[in-house]
Design a protein around this ligand. Structure first.
Ligand code: MG
Length: 340
């Protein structure tokens, strides 16, 4: 088989791996959101054996949170419009808030969506202002990378518009574009070449946030360190005063969140468990970090790389597979109409 044919055959399991990877990573982390490095490390390999129920008692084991809910709403918007539409995407988020179904909501996303519900803003103006640089845009970007895997310029344009619905801060937008670019890279490669990955991800983000792109270019230095030392150093990235930055967990600030997920993916590109296990052990916003790491690794390694016991028991498993397959089918139909 030629490389092109082989890639074509790999795409369906990779689309599935990306969406299941997001959901399973999120559902593993959700019960432990906010826990420290040492708390998470003490769980050991158990953290990946089976889902824990959330301590609130309201959710079953395998329940994912807002990260996956917003990711799936994004897929549904693509399926409905058969293209990217910022307006449709923003509207796809509203029922989650109106019907009070959003799980583990973050303040940035909630404020932006409430402006849309109140009609005090439209989708182009609803995003939180510069200075509000949470990971709320980055955590729902996997579908933007899947949809635009063969069109890098459109990827940047559409991921930017999608991010700005909730976050207009340049770092938050660049972090979101970086996740989409990393998914696109992962989907189309069998082998990871670090320099190539960095060029793709830092190249896509440098015009938006040169500072964040510099952190991505610095990943080889973190990869040469011991794991604990690297995660502690990454936890402090992006803070104006590193002396006051947290070192015991990774906050929902976009810079350390995205860098931590990337670090664990690049540390173990061929091993979904190691990537997601590392994301979980990093502590802090572990549902988001494990969901980003799980989605990227799933796009690279395909659905089979996700432990069967987890991918078979995650909540809404059939819907996740169905949405991944329908997005893949639609994307390939659009490509073949274009003669790609
Ligand atoms: Mg969450």
């Amino acid at each position: 088989m030629s490389d092109a044919l082989t890639l074509k055959a790999m795409l369906r399991p990779k689309f599935r791996g990306a969406l299941l990877g997001v959901a399973v990573g999120d559902a593993l982390g959700f019960p432990f959101e906010g826990s420290s490095h040492s708390f998470m490390a003490a769980l050991g390999p158990d953290a990946l054996h089976a889902f824990e129920a959330h301590r609130s008692g309201y959710f079953p084991p395998g329940q994912f949170s807002d990260d996956t809910q917003l990711t799936l709403a994004t897929v549904e918007s693509f399926l409905q419009e058969k293209r990217f539409s910022g307006k449709s995407l923003a509207e796809s988020f509203l029922p989650l808030w109106r019907e009070n179904r959003i799980i583990g909501r973050s303040p940035g996303c909630s404020e932006a969506i409430e402006r849309l519900i109140d009609r005090t803003a439209d989708w182009r103006t609803s995003g939180c202002e510069e200075g509000r640089a949470g990971n709320g845009a980055a955590k729902r970007m996997v579908p933007l990378g899947l949809w635009n895997y063969d069109e890098p310029e459109r990827l940047v344009e559409e991921a930017t518009l999608a991010a700005e619905i909730t976050h207009r801060d340049r770092r938050a937008v660049a972090g979101a574009v970086a996740v989409a670019a990393s998914v696109a890279y992962s989907l189309t490669r069998r082998d990871l070449i670090l320099g190539e990955w960095i060029d793709a991800v830092a190249g896509a983000t440098a015009p938006i946030s040169p500072a964040l792109a510099r952190h991505f270019r610095d990943l080889p230095r973190f990869l040469s360190m011991g794991e604990k030392e690297a995660v502690a150093a990454i936890s402090k990235l992006g803070y104006d005063d590193p002396a006051t930055a947290p070192t015991t967990l990774v906050t929902p600030f976009v810079v350390p969140s995205v860098m931590t997920a990337f670090f664990w993916f690049l540390r173990h590109p061929d091993d979904w468990r190691e990537t997601v296990g590392g994301c979980l052990r990093s502590g802090g916003d572990v549902d988001t970090i494990a969901s980003i790491g799980g989605g990227i690794s799933g796009a690279f390694n395909g659905i089979e790389a996700i432990p069967e016991a987890l991918r078979e028991t995650v909540v809404d498993r059939d819907r996740l597979i169905d949405l991944a397959d329908r997005l893949h089918t639609l994307k390939e139909a659009v490509r073949s109409r274009r003669g790609a």
